[in-house]
Design a protein around this ligand. Sequence first.
Ligand code: FNR
Length: 202
Amino acid sequence: APLSGRWPASLKILVVPGSIRGGSRNVRLAATVAAAFAEAGAEATRVSLADFPLPIYDADLEAGSGVPEPAVDLARMIGVHHGVVLVSPEYNSAPPPLLKNAIDWLTRVRGRDEAPGEVLRGRPFALASASNGRFGGARSLMMLRLILAGCRITVIPDQLALSFADDGYDDMDRLRLESDNDMLRAMVARLIDVAGQMRHHD
Ligand code: FNR
C-alpha cells in the first residue's frame, strides 16, 4: 500500500487473566475483551499466567538468585504492548494471590538504565472482573486499583465487573446485557485513547 509506513502501527494491548483455572470465568471474559479490542482496531494479545510460573515473592530468594526469569519474560511482554488489561477474579473481596504476586515480582524487574518496575508505569492499565455473584468482583477491582496506584501505575477509570457471569453471554459469546457492553466499549475506547497518548512519551 502506498501509505504503508506513514501510519502508526496499530496499538498493541496485552490481556492478562488473573486466573489459570480450567473453565475460568475470567479467561472467558478476557477472550471477550480481546475481541472487543480487535473490533476497535487494536491488536490484542492474550497470555496465561500459567506460562509465567512464579514462586511466592521472597526477598531472600531474590537476593540469592535475582528476579525469576518468568517475571523478566512477563515484563518484556508488557514492554512490547501499549496498554494492559487485567481480567481478574475476586477472592474474599480482594484480588487473588496469583495476580498480586505477579505484580510484586514485576515491580522488582529492572530494565537497562531503568528504575525497578518502570515498564509498568509507561503504559495504561484497565481492569475487569467476572464472578457468578451479584457484584461481579467489583470490590476486588477497587482494591486492585489501589494496589496499582501504590505502584504508580496509570489505571483508566472505566472498568467492567461482570455479574452472574455464567448467564452473561448470548449464543455468539457476546455479552448479553447492553449495560455490560456499554462498559466494555467505554473501557476499550478509553484505553486505546490513553495508550495512544502515552506511547508518544516513550
Ligand atoms: C471466591 N469467589 C468470590 N466471588 C465473589 O464474587 N466475591 C468474593 O469475595 C469471592 N470470594 C472467593 C474466595 C475464594 C477463596 C474463592 C476460591 C472464590 C468466587 C470466585 O470469584 C469465582 O469462583 C470465580 O469464578 C473465580 O474466577 P475464575 O477462576 O472462574 O476466573
